[in-house]
Write a protein that binds this ligand. Structure first.
Ligand code: HEM
Length: 126
């Protein structure tokens, strides 16, 4: 099993992850039907996002929380959606990579998802 150590590795990971996501019954529709994602734009942002988190490249410039609020207004993003997102992310990582960065990618995603789920729930109550 390979270590997660380059931009190419991240590209491979992110591409494999979104292949799973788009085919998934629980969360795929967020991307295809609700946000109607432009993949040519979204994927490079996700490469940079993870590159910044894992390698400290700071190539991602954006506000990851902010883009999810409008989605949450159309369709509530609930715990079961985040659980599925995390399950697919973990599965994709474990299929391809091992080592410290692979563990960090799982650990960070769990923390961000927890915070995001909380913020989405608060936004629905306000
Ligand atoms: C139920 C879970 C989630 C759903 C359904 C979801 C859905 C989406 C969608 C549809 C977009 C694209 C918006 C667009 O291009 O118009 C997006 C962007 C993004 N998501 Fe998520 N997301 C989820 C969880 C997460 C988590 C846990 C993370 C981080 C670990 C994350 C990080 C990002 C980032 C960095 C972007 C790009 C933001 C930008 O445009 O700068 N998402 N998400």
């Amino acid at each position: 099993m390979k270590k997660l150590e380059s931009r190419e590795d991240i590209e491979h990971l992110v591409n494999s992850f979104y292949t799973k996501v788009t085919q998934d019954e629980t969360i795929g529709f967020f991307f295809s039907d609700i946000a109607k994602v432009d993949w040519d734009k979204h994927l490079p942002k996700m490469y940079s996002f993870w590159e910044s988190i894992l390698f400290g490249q700071m190539s991602y410039k954006g506000n990851p929380m902010a883009v999810h609020f409008p989605i949450n207004e159309i369709q509530a993003m609930e715990k079961r959606h985040f659980d599925k997102w995390l399950e697919l992310w973990r599965k994709t990582i474990e299929e391809h990579f091992t080592g410290e960065n692979a563990d960090t990618a799982i650990y960070k995603s769990e923390n961000i998802a927890k915070l995001m789920a909380f913020k989405m729930e608060m936004a629905r109550k306000s």
